[in-house]
Write a protein of this length. Structure first.
Length: 355
């Protein structure tokens, strides 16, 4: 049983910033995310996409924002349960909640903060009739550990940033990387497209376009994929391409998932909250912040999630410390260390650099 003060469902930007705001109040956080790494959409879907509406940053790449948030909150030593989906929630006699993941990991906390963005992400699977027979037997939709592809023959399908970025990365890990896309043009970042072309010219990546995977070959484990390729005169040819791993990277489909069955008030695939106070749901002690929530005038912006996280943490402090008076202090005055509202003497008005 993992115990914490605030259990955060979702390790995207809003969830990560919650760790920092909670840390200022001396509250410990643990985060659950179905993805294998923190960052949510910023890391999984568009890591190289520039973001322009983060205060203080005229432009910042999505993955750089994630890394900055991780650096900012690491001093408060958050815990992570990654690659697991929050499945069930149970209210205990003492008022706390126990959240269990799809892999059976249990977490206990008096406050739950749902910061799941647009929801849990499920991979978009290609329409291949027997693909489910080879899942975890050579077919993977998310790359969790690149080392399993060391010296292996890998086929990647897709035309976005994930397909391009992983093809580039695995070109130095796998013995062979083949990238297959149904069009000649890629929709990923131009730098990545140029890098793939460069690696193709060096013989480190086999690029097959326009083409698609129409079948999977194998007995118990994957042995190869069936490639349907079209040339410039629209004559199709089909052949088997041997491989050890097939990784279709067609994006992720956002869904609320099991959270939709937790007894929360749902409106248009979002969780209704009380925005006039603290972003609490209809279940006391359970909050929803960021893109996952809805209320009159809601804007699905990262900076709005940061604001909601800040107010939510203030309410969480009162739940966790009933009757304890909190004295609001600014970080420019109180610094970061000892920021629990009980400090008697403040240092000089300086901003402490986070190492």
């Amino acid at each position: 049983m993992i115990k914490t003060d605030i259990l955060i469902i979702g390790a995207g930007p809003t969830g990560l910033f919650t760790v920092f705001e909670a840390g200022l109040l001396k509250l410990k956080c643990h985060l659950i995310d179905a993805l294998p790494q923190p960052g949510g959409q910023c890391s999984e879907i568009y890591p190289k996409k520039p973001i322009y509406d983060i205060p203080g940053f005229p432009e910042i790449l999505a993955d750089d924002l994630t890394q900055n948030l991780l650096e900012q909150c690491k001093q408060f030593e958050p815990g992570f349960t990654l690659g697991e989906r929050a499945e069930t929630i149970d209210k205990q006699d003492d008022g706390t909640f126990v959240v269990t993941t799809n892999k059976g990991t249990q977490h206990q906390a008096p406050v739950i903060a749902i910061a799941g963005g647009l929801g849990s992400f499920e991979p978009r699977k290609p329409l291949i009739h027997n693909i489910t027979d080879f899942e975890d037997k050579g077919v993977e939709y998310i790359i969790k550990d690149p080392e399993i592809y060391r010296d292996k023959n890998v086929v990647i399908a897709g035309g976005g940033d994930s397909a391009l970025d992983w093809s580039i990365f695995l070109s130095d890990v796998a013995s062979k990387v083949s990238l297959i896309h149904r069009r000649n043009e890629f929709r990923g970042h131009l730098d990545s497209v140029e890098k793939v072309q460069e690696l193709k010219n060096k013989g480190k990546i086999t690029l097959i376009t326009p083409a698609e995977i129409t079948g999977i070959i194998g007995d118990h484990d994957l042995k190869g994929v069936v490639v349907k390729e079209s040339d410039n005169v629209h004559i199709d040819k089909e052949y088997v391409l041997e491989c050890d791993h097939f990784i279709p990277l067609f994006g992720l489909s956002p869904k609320l998932g099991p959270i939709a069955n937790w007894g929360l008030e749902i409106e248009k695939n979002a969780i209704k909250v009380n925005n006039a106070l603290d972003y609490q749901t209809n279940i006391p002690g359970v909050f929803a912040i960021g893109d996952v929530n809805t209320y009159p005038g809601k804007l699905k912006l990262i900076l709005c999630g940061f604001h909601e996280a800040t107010l939510m943490c203030q309410a969480a402090y009162k739940i966790i410390n009933p009757g304890k008076r909190y004295v609001m202090k600014y970080t420019t005055v109180a610094g970061i260390d000892g920021f629990d509202g009980t400090r008697k003497e403040a240092p000089k008005a300086v901003v402490k650099k986070i190492e």
